[in-house]
Design a protein around this ligand. Structure first.
Ligand code: UD1
Length: 431
């Protein structure tokens, strides 16, 4: 299994190109199931989770075409054309769904288009119990009959879905996306209230509108959908990844560097840039992207609570904690979205961080310096937080089990090394 070796202490200086957003691309790929015409997506990131979703769609009978790279015959991952003419399968099998929770996003589109779907109950990151009840309740409101049998969700809408009121008791990104994709082909009007407002939900809505869907209220917590009988093809560019943007912003801050995050924009990272500013990091708009640099010798502790968008994203909590662990003073980080999302804490403490967890909050007392250590990555964002800590630490850090990282970060070690970090990937056969 690959590991990442870092020799800390080098300031990051240079430019990092921000890729397309994984969490926008996944529902956009699933949206291809809604039409018999071709959906062409550009600016796709080259990540394991994207490959898993493409495999799943191919399994369901979607024909997938990707331009090949002339020089080496390998796929160029940035552009993909998907055509879901006829289903081969209406079952999303356990062996693919268990690898990635977002596979459940095929449920709404399959059901809306074909009136039935069978999707394995998902697995995914080990961050607490992550149920799918909100997805299922939303689809039931649209007239689906849903049963759980032998580890599978079985959903049927024999006479098609019917528009209705869908109210979410709590905000869910994936359930909003599933409900939206189902509602666009339902008969009549659907009002989705307490909908997630994440930029990835907005990106999906824009793509669906380009395919001919009738949606209003995009970007608010109330989406009104007037169902249409069929959708067309479209071409759509995936938005930049705000979590990748925020992660490299922290990398610049924690190493005392100066980095241009090319292709991203401030509008995507409001809460993260506000928090970094409070910590003493300059985050400014540039023509080509966002520039991030630490303003003083030390960053400052600050309190933060994760929240649905436009709040501080839970997917940036672990990375911020790495920065706060070497910031001056005390900070409190409260995780309000997921339980069990402090798995990076014991590893950061092994590097010398002073962090105490009380329920869903962590108190971080900044230390002058972390020291390198062998570490174990647990989930996607925890893995990258350990890499950030390693970039700032004294001595050598080895992050083991980095396959989590490859689910969400493209060529992380190359991007960091190009800005002066001393970092390399060690594959098993090199050892
Ligand atoms: C998405 C993101 C993930 C991010 C999360 C929160 C993708 C592919 N993943 O995940 O990176 O961390 O949003 O911003 O876009 N919940 C239920 N029942 C449900 C669904 C969710 O109780 O049916 C709970 C979850 O356990 C969690 C909260 O709702 O506590 C929010 O989860 P949700 O927004 O659904 O996250 P995902 O869409 O899975």
């Amino acid at each position: 299994m690959d590991r990442i070796r870092i020799l800390g202490g080098k300031p990051l200086i240079g430019t990092i190109l921000i890729g397309g957003a994984k969490n926008a691309a996944l529902p956009l790929l699933a949206a291809s199931l809604l039409t018999s015409k071709t959906l062409r997506l550009t600016n796709l990131p080259n990540l394991a989770d994207i490959t898993t979703m493409v495999h799943l769609l191919a399994e369901l009978g979607v024909s997938v075409s990707r331009p090949r790279n002339e020089s080496n015959g390998r796929h160029v991952a940035r552009t993909i054309s998907l055509t879901a003419a006829e289903p081969k399968e209406k079952t999303a099998p356990y062996n693919l769904v268990r690898r990635m929770r977002a596979s459940v996003l095929v449920l709404g589109p399959l059901l809306a288009r074909w009136g039935e779907a069978r999707v394995s109950l998902p697995g995914g990151c080990a961050i607490g119990t992550r149920p799918v009840d909100l997805h299922l309740d939303a689809l039931r409101s649209l007239g689906a009959e849903i049963e759980l049998e032998e580890g599978y969700i079985r959903a049927i809408a024999r006479r098609g879905l019917k528009g209705n009121k869908v109210h979410f008791p709590s905000v869910s990104v994936g359930a909003t996306e599933n409900a939206l994709m189902a509602a666009v082909l339902a008969d009549g009007e659907t009002i989705i209230s307490n909908a997630a407002r994440e930029p990835e939900v907005v990106d999906l809505a824009h793509c669906l509108v380009a395919m001919g869907a009738k949606i209003s209220g995009v970007g608010t917590d109330t989406l009104s959908v007037s169902g249409v009988s069929q959708l067309d093809g479209a071409e759509h560019r995936v938005i930049p990844d705000r979590i990748e943007t925020g992660t490299y912003a922290v990398a610049a801050a924690i190493t005392g560097g100066d980095v241009l995050l090319e292709g991203s924009h401030l509008g995507l990272i409001g809460a993260v840039s506000d928090t970094l500013s409070k910590a003493g990091v300059a985050v400014t708009k540039e023509h080509a992207g966002i520039r991030v640099r630490r303003q003083a010798e030390h960053t400052l502790g600050t309190d933060v609570m994760t929240d649905p968008y436009p709040g501080f994203p839970t997917d940036m909590q672990a990375q911020l904690m790495a920065l706060l662990s070497v910031s001056r003073g005390a900070s409190m980080v409260t995780e309000s979205i997921f339980e069990n999302r402090f798995m990076h804490v014991p590893e950061l403490c092994r590097m010398g961080a002073d962090i105490n967890v009380h329920g869903s909050s962590a108190i971080i007392r900044g230390v002058p310096e972390l020291s390198g250590a062998p570490l174990m990555a647990t989930d996607l964002r925890a893995s990258v937080s350990l890499i950030l800590a390693g970039l700032a630490a004294k001595g050598e850090t080895i992050v083991n089990r980095v396959y989590h990282l490859d689910r969400g970060y493209e060529r992380v070690e190359d991007k960091l090394a190009a800005c002066g970090a001393d970092i390399e990937r060690v594959t098993e056969d090199q050892e």
